[in-house]
Design a protein around this ligand. Structure first.
Ligand code: PXP
Length: 264
């Protein structure tokens, strides 16, 4: 990491804007336009306008939120780097070959999980991971591995040639309300970030980061990038609800007194 870069970059994960769209329009062929909303690409562009340093999406095997077309449109239209989270499968590698995203974060995937639950288990797939990392680098994408904050796992990541790791902050996020567990998880994360830095690996972090625990997590030593999704989108819903209801009330009032008028 460049020691001068003290303020971590913010990658905004927009997966759950697609979760909301899929809740209503799963069976539509279109992924945007006319009544199909919200459009994750528009959400990404607004996030960029507000200061996001990058946009992250996870194209899951079951396509439960982000769709292939979303990733293609993002790759064509983003002003900031696209970070594609993906499982280490042949099918996903084909995608990376075609789209060459700026960053690729390899994550474990389990169909039954609600969201990515733990870091990658590197032990059983050393050769495969090493060759994936090498291929992604050759494509021009910076690869990272999503890992639990454990020194032995980081040693293995360094051995496999990972230039970047994303440390899983989920355990700290879950422990946050309990002071003693919080301090233990924080120490674990600090040790892991320091160890990764010593190994020459760039430190990213993410999962479960919110407007409370950011007070601690933003100060993680050697942190270069944070990836945050759920909490930002949750806040957008609550901060945006008043405007949305007010506008609908106004529309009802306007069209009730001028029936038949169509919006232009
Ligand atoms: N980083 C990784 C590797 C993830 O898998 C996720 C969740 O998709 C995130 C960051 C974002 O987590 P959250 O939505 O809890 O902010």
């Amino acid at each position: 990491m460049e020691e001068g870069a003290r303020i971590p970059r913010l990658g905004v994960n927009i997966d759950h804007s697609a979760t909301l769209r899929q809740a209503r329009y799963r069976d539509e062929e279109r992924t945007c336009g006319t009544f199909v909303e919200p459009d994750p690409v528009l959400v990404a562009q607004l996030a960029e306008r507000a200061g996001a340093d990058g946009i992250t999406v996870h194209l899951r095997e079951d396509r439960r939120h982000i769709q292939e077309r979303d990733v293609e449109r993002l790759a064509e239209s983003l002003a900031t780097p696209l970070n594609l989270e993906m499982a280490a499968t042949e099918g996903m590698l084909a995608w990376a070959r075609r789209l060459r995203p700026a960053q690729v974060c390899l994550v474990p995937e389990n169909r039954r999980e609600v969201t990515t639950e733990g870091g990658l288990d590197l032990r059983g797939q050393r050769e495969r991971m090493a060759s994936l990392l090498a291929e992604l680098r050759a494509l021009g994408s910076v690869p990272s591995l999503f890992l639990d904050p454990e020194p032995e796992i980081l040693d293995l990541a360094a051995h496999l040639g990972a230039p970047v790791v994303e440390l899983h902050t989920g355990a700290l996020a879950r422990a946050f309300p309990d002071p003693s567990r919080r301090e233990a998880e924080w120490e674990r994360l600090v040790r892991a970030a320091t160890h990764a830095h010593t190994l020459g690996i760039t430190v990213h972090a993410g999962h479960g980061v919110n407007y409370q625990n950011i007070a601690r997590i933003a100060g993680l030593p050697h942190l270069v990038e944070l990836n945050i999704g759920h909490s930002i989108l949750s806040r957008a819903l609550t901060t945006g609800i008043e405007e949305a209801v007010r506008t609908m009330r106004e529309q009802i009032r306007a069209y009730a007194t001028a029936p038949g008028t169509l919006p232009s």
